[in-house]
Write a protein that binds this ligand. Sequence first.
Ligand SMILES: NC(=O)c1ccc[n+]([C@@H]2O[C@H](COP(=O)([O-])OP(=O)(O)OC[C@H]3O[C@@H](n4cnc5c(N)ncnc54)[C@H](O)[C@@H]3O)[C@@H](O)[C@H]2O)c1
Length: 249
Amino acid sequence: MQLQDKVVIVTGAATHIGQAYAVRLAQEGAKVVACDILDCGTTAEMVMEAGGEVLPLITDVTKEEDTLKMARQTVERFGRIDCIVNNAGIFDGLTARPMMDVDMAEWDRVYEVNVKGMFLCCRAVFPYMKEQGGGKIINIGSGIWLQGMPGVPHYVSSKAAVMGLTRTLAKELGQFNINVNTLAPGGTDSGAKIDRGDDAPVSPTRAGRSIPRTETPDDLTGTMVFLASTDSDFITGQMITINGGDALY
Ligand SMILES: NC(=O)c1ccc[n+]([C@@H]2O[C@H](COP(=O)([O-])OP(=O)(O)OC[C@H]3O[C@@H](n4cnc5c(N)ncnc54)[C@H](O)[C@@H]3O)[C@@H](O)[C@H]2O)c1
């Protein structure tokens, strides 16, 4: 067990990939705080079945008061915050559209959750990590901005912003022994998906995966554990792309 008694917050933990992170964390001995705008009851049951301790919370990452409460309740229950996995995002249910048809309210919501929400969560845990002498922040990005993908410019550019945020915070927080890295999944068979309507723009070229199989949430959890563990103590400001050799950079 690589994370015995570590206290790890996972946002967006009610479903899909976030749920897989929460369960794997429990398998590695971590105490898990499962946060989502949706109920995390099922995730909590899965964590307990895996032998873990869990605190499920309703948290809207776009509301600062929710993120502060998330951090405070974590410390009240488990005494510290060793790591946060900033996984919450607007992804499932987005519809790929021609650029001129992108809904600007949807654009704002994508940025509010994927970028501002992530920043608010980083700010909420920072004082506790600083006080305890260090911590790990894992921002969930995507490999999609390395290639570009027409149809969801808000989503793609928001994930590029995640990397800018990671590098900026890594530079500021390294002095406090806080590592900030991006874990960037490729297109993952998680149950969530971007809908492609008939008029969705198509990429002119698309390279295939070097490892020609479907990517699953289980492909992601090992790297998440590595970034949460002491094995990655001198790695910060980096992006690890997990895509079976799709986008190469
Ligand atoms: N599935 C993929 O192919 C893929 C690829 C690259 C990156 N990602 C990223 O991985 C993460 C998880 O993806 P997923 O496939 O499980 O998609 P998903 O859309 O099912 O997961 C997002 C989770 O975030 C939660 N969420 C949304 N708004 C929230 C808010 N305001 N506050 C708190 N929680 C909120 C949702 O309820 C959901 O549980 C996302 O950040 C996504 O962008 C996914």
